[in-house]
Design a protein around this ligand. Sequence first.
Ligand code: SF4
Length: 219
Amino acid sequence: MTISKTQQNKLQKHAEQIAQILQKNYPSPKTELNFKDEYQLAVAVMLSAQTTDKKVNQVTPALFEKYAKWSDLALATPADIVPIIRAVNFHIGKAERLVKAGKVVTSLFGGQLPHELTELIKIPGVARKTANVILQELWDITEGIVVDTHITRVSQRLGLTTNDDPKKIEKDLMLLLQQKYWRNYSGAVVLHGRYICTARNPKCEECVLHTVCPSAFKI
Ligand code: SF4
């Protein structure tokens, strides 16, 4: 959709208001995935697609006990991993990608995750969303905005995007929000979507954004 310069300016002001409210109310949002090192965070984020963090946190202790580093995963087979991660959705595909990721991180990156988005997305199972979370959570590097199911839904309700494709949504948000807000928006909206602007029955009466949200009390 093409919009005029005036509409774009108006949307940018709207986005700025939202970003400021979020920053005030979620000053330092953090992932709710449990992890002790970069390997554990990356694996947990890879497992979290289409699955709750709670489910991921249930399976990762056993997974990390058996496979403590990328080279351990590289030597495993998907059939070894499937029973351990069975509780998460799409566990067969995820097990296959974890083994492939173990091989790539070990052979291409010497067992250490790279610190650039363009390199991270070379790892099987790591798309832009996962790469953005890894960069932001581990090293405070912000190259983009995390777009998951919560950020998609909440950004649409807030009128910041009309797209469904994560890449297009990220582009829309990056055009509307100043870069200084990208990190906070990513973390805050995930939590806001999980606890307040839920898929069904959003809690608009409790929502700090209800005065600026075009969807308030309409869903
Ligand atoms: S006002 Fe309602 S629809 Fe809008 S962001 Fe808040 S909870 Fe979601």
